[in-house]
Design a protein around this ligand. Sequence first.
Ligand code: ATP
Ligand code: MG
Length: 583
Amino acid sequence: MNKVLKQWLKKSYIKIILILVLVFLNIYILTYPPKIIGNIIDLLYDIPNNGNEIYKNIFYLMLTVVGLFLFRLPWRTMAQNQILEFEKMLKDNLFTHYMKIKMSNLQNIKNGEIMAFFTKDSNEVRRFIGFMFNKTARIVAIFIIATYSMIKSINIKLTLISLLPIFIATLFVFIIKEKVEKLSSIARNNFSKLSEFVQESTNGIRTIKAYSGEDDQIQEFEIKSKKLRDSDIKVSVLSNLISTLTNLGFGIGMGLSILYGSNLVINNEITIGDLVAFNGYITMFVDPIIWLPQIITKFKLAKISYKKLQNFFSLEVEEIKYIEERKGNVLGDIVIKDLTYNYPANIEVALKNISLEVKQGETLGIIGTIASGKTTLMNLLLRLYTVPRGKISIGGIDINDIKLEDLRESICYITQEHFLFSSTIEENVKLFRDGYTADEIIDSTKNAMIYEEISRMEDGINTVVGERGVDLSGGQKQRVVISRAFLQKSNIVIFDDTFSALDNKTEESLLKNIRSLTKDKTCIIISNRISDIKSADKIIVLDDGEIVQKGKHDDLINENGLYKKFYLQQSSKIDSEVGDLIG
Ligand SMILES: Nc1ncnc2c1ncn2[C@@H]1O[C@H](COP(=O)(O)OP(=O)(O)OP(=O)(O)O)[C@@H](O)[C@H]1O
Ligand SMILES: [Mg+2]
């Protein structure tokens, strides 16, 4: 975070200094109109003799108005641009960092928090910087320049007497502001609770309707919205009190200045023009007094967000250190030796003493109970989490020594969740990689048994899917994702439970295509259906993080173990289905 701030200051410091100079000049010019108006009033006593002088002063007054306009416009535009520049830098850095962070570091961060980094937290910090430019610089300038003008050109005692009530009022405002802050934070909390509730209802609208939950939801919404209203009312009552107090302070200040000022006029210590100018100066303090407490609030909010961002930025990114400088596909021989693993956030061991070997060209089938560590093993192969040294090697190299980019390009991992990005089917098949011909893409969808369905869509392969487009069925999404395996030229292809939504016929053809695709590649098929893995060269059976059986299908069905149990369960199911069919 400090890095971003430094980067911005380094890039923009000349402009920032210029902005501050313009702010001071602007305020300096602002002290002229009261002075000139005061002069004019003094000159009005003897219009016949002072005619020329009066016109001259009116001309000066016009000149200050033009001057103000000329300074104000570039100052405002420049300040705005610099703030937007900062925001862009911050968000760019945030996103780059987010993309590169280690998966294990993201374990404990909720998606909502990450979203907040990009919206709420960045905005708080940006707002504070904007406030510094816009208001803080002006407050400082006004306090210095206006007070100086009041003391120097009019009267020090008058200045002190008139400003005193204003400062006392400000003090009260600070005290009340503390309370307002607490209430505001409650109100904000109520607001986000209401927003979260609406968001959840939006996501779950089908479930709500299917279970006739509308009335319950409406009731809950009303309770939340009432809480929000009540907390907002409290905030607004106190906020009104603040503005009333400020006005009172100014009222008394003005009153005192006229009372004491008139005395000074009678005693010929100052002129009537001076008194009028003096009141002009006092009004210059109105805005700063209102802004002062806001600075504190803004600072506190920005500090919280700044710390959050700082923590996020300090999370370790994926190391790019590697011994072997190689570019391109890693050979597909996988050797795992006595691998035990537990997730950083989880004390339970996810994998226990896993040892296995798969050669390039072979297919490994993995079957196992739910949560037995199948996906975890794949996460480690991709080094999404830190892998202990000496435990996994690919192509004879410890995977910690393979350049991360090469490793991930060598493996095409078809994940269990068939998530599609909101873009075209073609983009979803290519997925961040270019250099494929249109024919190659079409062929891959044919091999994944989804081509026919795509070609029936109006825009074919260019159909937009996901949030912004067509909603595909679970099985269709799965096959779009599977197409990637046929397109990418990786040495290792992994299918993690990707055939669950397919009918038997499609599954059979797809498996045939996969066999021919992976003839020379390393292929790992994770599935709980025996039919998907029975022709694999090697099969491992996982239970509770351990390999409980290893071998080929024909041997495993004769062993007394989990595999045989799965086999019998599934074949009896098939038998009963066949029985149902033939009556
Ligand atoms: N990111 C994670 N952080 C902490 N624990 C995790 C994480 N991912 C998985 N686990 C835990 O590790 C164990 C193995 O999970 P894994 O996803 O590897 O199982 P799986 O065999 O793929 O299950 P399934 O058949 O449901 O896909 C589970 O107990 C799970 O709770
Ligand atoms: Mg899994």
